[in-house]
Design a protein around this ligand. Structure first.
Ligand SMILES: Cc1cc2nc3c(=O)[nH]c(=O)nc-3n(C[C@H](O)[C@H](O)[C@H](O)COP(=O)(O)OP(=O)(O)OC[C@H]3O[C@@H](n4cnc5c(N)ncnc54)[C@H](O)[C@@H]3O)c2cc1C
Ligand SMILES: *[C@@H]1O[C@H](CO)[C@@H](O)[C@H](O)[C@H]1NC(C)=O
Ligand SMILES: *[C@@H]1O[C@H](CO)[C@@H](O)[C@H](O)[C@H]1NC(C)=O
Ligand SMILES: *[C@@H]1O[C@H](CO)[C@@H](O)[C@H](O)[C@H]1NC(C)=O
Ligand SMILES: *[C@@H]1O[C@H](CO)[C@@H](O)[C@H](O)[C@H]1NC(C)=O
Ligand SMILES: *[C@@H]1O[C@H](CO)[C@@H](O)[C@H](O)[C@H]1NC(C)=O
Ligand SMILES: *[C@@H]1O[C@H](CO)[C@@H](O)[C@H](O)[C@H]1NC(C)=O
Length: 545
């Protein structure tokens, strides 16, 4: 965004005492010193700004990626280290291998994104990653189950391909109004990517500027009602979407996240795993990524942040600790789950702890199909391969968020696709269940109509086994998106940035990546002294006419 089309000459700017300089770069009264030879570049590298990013998920990877791009544009030298507590890149976007077979990766966390998610889309293209447009097979059947019966069924399309003709026939104009409302809301959100709305130091202010605060201030139910959209379309279809995406009903989740659930045009996922986008970003950023490395505490001495880390010794397993100074820190993970020790007073503001959804994702394979019996279908009925859920019509929505699931007991069951069991060479089904509690063998026995042994850790892939691979995982998946009008700011103290405030606004891979891009721009602007202005002795390198 800087200088495009200008003749580029690398110019070093030492802003030694520009405390009073509040002018907008490049017109502020700062002295200029031209660097014409390699010596200055070497000098720069020695004095590179040291940046620590905590977390190698969508937000942290995107921060590193855009920091590198912005730094290259402005000629600032950066030395970026990404600390990641777990042994993999991707955070809540990760795959596991069905039957332990690397040729059968399956998403355990974030599985889809959409066409308008331009950060994910553009970067995956840039890294040569292949998108596919469904997690499930196309010749399938979708059903929405309320615990007693299917309130909606649709043939030959997954849940993110609503059959518009069928919806209009069944629900009148509500689907059309929803589509229009979604488009206008998403249109406002899209402005966050561009000048003058990008970058933003306050998400609360921007939400207000873009007239999105009025959408986050109310529940999905209220927002839809205000726009003349009501049951049964809202309770059957829209609520099935907010439940499978966020484990929440329309009486609780805010209007903006409700609209996000309906924005499913151009849905895609990356073949082999979405996490590859984030590993591509880290690779392209030339950051040093340290896996298995937990940041345990951060303190400040003079103008530097001191970061303590802990990592298990790869041979003995003994904890190895380290401490290093950084100019800038970016916490790219929810503070409340990071277990980082921060001295009192380090942050100007400490983000509020907020309730997150506990979501159990259960992946398993079985030679058995979902059975009619549990779903009160007759033996000749086809059982939907993807089952979303909603609350029964007569039941009031649970007021406690952790009771959101209601009588269906689960949020979704998806038959992803057929797989070949490497031991028996039989064709089997690969399933994914979302539920608020761990799945029990009783429940599995019921939905498959076979005897599943009580101890699920003893299952094996051999012939005759009803479950041949089993992988349960418990996530703190996303916040409960209660209506609200303020969001945590991306800067918690001078030089200390935070990405996860975004999650109470919209919780997706793309929005985390967008906050990463925003923080990268803020960090760079602060280095360039465009907005801050107060810092002394700061070096600025820029391209000039
Ligand atoms: C089951 C499930 C389904 C989802 N479905 C979708 C979907 O279909 N589409 C979509 O867009 N989104 C989906 N989401 C949401 C999406 O996964 C998240 O919004 C997004 O991935 C968050 O990215 P992040 O980088 O902000 O956080 P995270 O991915 O959580 O990354 C934070 C990282 O920081 C690390 N970390 C934390 N503390 C420390 C520390 N002290 N030291 C070092 N490292 C630390 C963590 O290990 C983690 O890797 C889903 C989430 C879940 C759980
Ligand atoms: C980054 O900084 C560390 C600590 O000063 C140094 O050891 C490392 O070599 C630097 N990396 C690069 C790529 O300059
Ligand atoms: C991280 O730890 C796991 C074991 O917990 C190990 O398998 C892996 O090799 C380690 N990775 C790195 C990069 O040290
Ligand atoms: C994505 O690519 C399109 C087309 O090149 C471009 O217009 C857009 O600005 C890019 N968006 C981002 C966030 O990179
Ligand atoms: C990593 O990035 C370099 C350029 O920075 C590129 O040449 C290489 O192909 C990338 N590797 C992967 C695995 O993406
Ligand atoms: C459901 O279970 C019954 C009884 O075991 C069986 O006859 C039927 O084929 C099963 N249905 C499916 C779809 O597998
Ligand atoms: C289940 O089986 C595993 C492996 O045999 C065993 O360690 C565990 O104690 C069993 N759990 C129960 C509840 O029986």
């Amino acid at each position: 965004m800087y200088n495009s089309g200008w003749t580029l000459v690398l110019v070093l700017v030492f802003t030694l005492l520009c405390g009073q300089s509040k002018g907008f770069w490049p017109f502020s009264s700062i002295s200029v010193h031209a660097a014409t030879d390699a010596e200055d570049i070497v000098y720069l590298d020695r004095n590179a700004k040291r940046v620590a990013i905590i977390g190698a998920g969508a937000a942290g990877s995107s921060t590193a990626y855009y920091l590198q791009q912005y730094a290259a544009e402005s000629g600032i030298a950066l030395n970026i280290t990404v600390f990641e507590r777990s042994s993999y890149i991707g955070g809540r976007s990760t795959t596991v291998n069905a039957y332990g077979n690397p040729l059968e990766p399956v998403e355990l966390g974030a599985s889809i994104f959409v066409e308008v998610n331009t950060i994910l889309k553009n970067s995956s293209q840039a890294f040569g990653l292949r998108p596919k447009n469904s997690e499930t097979e196309s010749s399938e059947m979708l059903g929405i189950w309320d615990g007693k019966e299917f309130v909606y069924k649709q043939k030959d399309s997954g849940w993110y391909y609503w059959d518009i003709a069928k919806l209009l026939w069944k629900y009148g104009l509500a689907p059309y109004r929803t589509q229009k409302l979604m488009q206008s809301t998403v249109g406002k959100f899209r402005k966050l990517y561009e000048y003058p709305f990008f970058p933003f130091r306050s998400l609360s202010d921007r939400a207000l500027d873009l007239d999105l605060t009025s959408v986050t201030a109310v529940t999905g139910e209220q927002y839809l009602a205000a726009n003349n959209i009501g049951p049964p379309f809202t309770t059957d279809i829209i609520q099935a979407s907010t439940r499978v995406n966020y484990g929440q009903n329309l009486n609780l989740i805010h209007g903006l996240e409700t609209m996000v659930c309906m924005a499913i045009e151009g849905v895609m996922q990356i073949e082999g795993g979405n996490w590859q986008i984030f590993s591509g970003m880290l690779n392209a950023s030339s950051a040093t990524t340290l896996l298995n490395t937990t940041v345990t505490s951060i303190s400040k001495s003079k103008s530097k942040y001191s970061i303590k880390t802990s990592t298990p010794d790869s041979v003995t397993g003994a904890e190895l600790t380290n401490e290093e100074p950084f100019d800038t820190v970016i916490l790219a993970a929810p503070l409340q789950f990071s277990s980082i020790d921060l001295p009192k007073g380090l942050l100007k503001r400490t983000p509020d702890e907020i309730p997150y959804v506990t979501l159990h994702v259960t992946l398993f394979t079985s030679p058995h199909a979902l059975n009619q019996t549990y779903f009160n279908l007759s033996p000749t009925d086809e059982v939907p391969s993807t089952i979303l859920t909603t609350l029964p019509k007569d039941a009031p929505p649970p007021s406690k968020p952790e009771d959101s699931v209601g009588s269906p007991g689960f949020f979704s069951i998806s038959t992803l696709h057929k797989v070949i069991n490497p031991e028996t060479l039989e064709i089997e089904y690969l399933y994914k269940i979302f539920s608020p509690k761990a799945v029990t063998s009783t429940f599995l026995s019921q939905i498959l109509n076979v005897d599943v042994p009580e101890n699920l850790t003893t299952i094996n892939s051999g012939t005759g086994s009803p479950i041949t691979w089993y992988y349960p995982h418990e996530w703190k998946s996303y916040p409960y998106l209660f209506p609200r009008v303020t969001f945590e700011d991306p800067e918690l103290a001078r030089g200390f940035y935070y990405t996860s405030g975004m999650e109470s606004f919209i919780s997706t891979m793309e929005t985390s990546a967008l906050m990463g891009m925003n923080v990268a721009r803020l960090v760079m602007d602060d280095y360039l002294n465009v907005l801050g202005g107060e810092e002394q002795g700061q070096e600025v390198v820029k391209e000039e006419l």
